[in-house]
Design a protein around this ligand. Structure first.
Ligand code: NCD
Length: 326
């Protein structure tokens, strides 16, 4: 059996010595540029395999526990689909209120339990650092599917894959992140990921109270990336290659009146998009509420539905990696 190093163009196979075998995926900070390129390559292979044969047995006999303490449609179902397309099985716990969590069981005990039955655990939880805590006790690899306002590393990876598949590159891009940059965990992970690339310029457009957190901005500036904050989109839209729109995260607001004030601060419409390049993309991790009008969906620059599909391939790649098959 050739090793990964000797045969870099054949990422699928049995590689128990592969660097991600048995590892947790907790933060985007774990990934070097070479890692990101490797994931993109494996995800691309997964895309081809799914398009050709749909389902195959790379992870036959493996079990994923999908543990979600917060609502999810895409992340939870794409991880399930990813595992099943690779021939594995899933223990879905989407409604923790029907599990022993409702009896007061702690996160460490819950993941210890699932670690007895599953080979890998995907966790979404409202607390920052929950995935790291779970990883200490699970005995099996834990994949962070969103820890409160912290990070969402697998979303950032699928965002990077989307940009590469759609625009053909991850260097030399101007990205404009729009909306709730304070509570939106996907932009925290994506901004960090982009520090691995060159020629990246970041624009942040948000209401005053929803700025990108200072710690993320500091990490980005330490890596030397230019970044600027704006209150309106018009100035930066014409130079934007990727417009990354986010939902105002209603569930993170203590005061509903404050949410009401900012919830519709920005709305992307066909009219607004007249000010953008012809060759650029609009992304959104979804769900969208009102921040992108449905009239824009037919525009070829609207990449957000394709983005969800790319998520399947990236999650297939990640499961194969941590289970030693990529
Ligand atoms: C995002 C999340 O959960 O952070 N959704 C997702 O995973 N696709 C974004 C959001 O909820 O707004």
């Amino acid at each position: 059996m050739p090793t990964k190093a000797k045969n870099p163009h054949l990422p699928l196979g049995d590689h128990k010595t592969a660097p991600w075998y048995g590892k947790d995926i907790l933060s985007i900070k774990q990934f070097s540029r070479a890692d990101l390129e490797y994931i993109i390559r494996v995800a691309h292979e997964m895309r081809i395999m799914v398009e050709r044969i749909g389902t195959f047995d790379l992870l036959k006999g493996k079990i994923l526990a999908n543990l979600f303490y917060e609502p999810s449609t895409r992340t939870s179902s794409s991880f399930m689909a990813a595992m099943e397309r690779l021939g594995g099985a899933v223990i879905p716990i989407n409604e923790v209120k029907y599990s022993s969590v409702a009896k007061g069981e702690s996160l460490p005990d819950t993941v210890r339990t699932l670690g007895c039955y599953a080979d890998v655990i995907v966790l979404r939880h409202p607390d920052v650092g929950a995935a790291a805590l779970a990883a200490k006790y699970a005995g099996k690899p834990v994949i962070n599917a969103g820890d409160g306002v912290g990070e969402h590393p697998t979303q950032a990876l699928l965002d990077a894959f989307t940009i590469r598949e759609e625009l053909g590159r991850l260097d030399n891009l101007t990205l404009t992140m729009l909306g709730d940059l304070k509570y939106g965990r996907t932009v925290h992970s994506l901004a960090r990921l982009l520090t691995q690339f060159v020629g990246i310029k970041l624009n942040y457009v948000s209401p005053d109270i929803l700025h990108m957190p200072k710690d993320v901005m500091e990490e980005v500036s330490q890596k030397g990336l230019p970044q600027n904050e704006y209150a309106t989109l018009d100035k930066v839209l014409p130079e934007t290659d990727v417009l990354y729109v986010t939902r105002v995260q209603k569930e993170r607001f203590d005061d509903h009146a404050v949410y009401e004030k900012v919830k519709s601060a920005f709305v992307i419409t066909p009219e607004v998009m007249k000010g953008a390049k012809k060759e650029m993309i609009v992304m959104h991790p979804l769900p969208r509420v009102t921040e992108i009008s449905m009239e824009f969906d037919e525009d070829s620059r609207a990449a957000y539905f394709r983005q969800m599909e790319y998520g399947l391939y990236v999650r297939m790649a990640l499961l194969a990696m941590v289970l030693g098959k990529a």
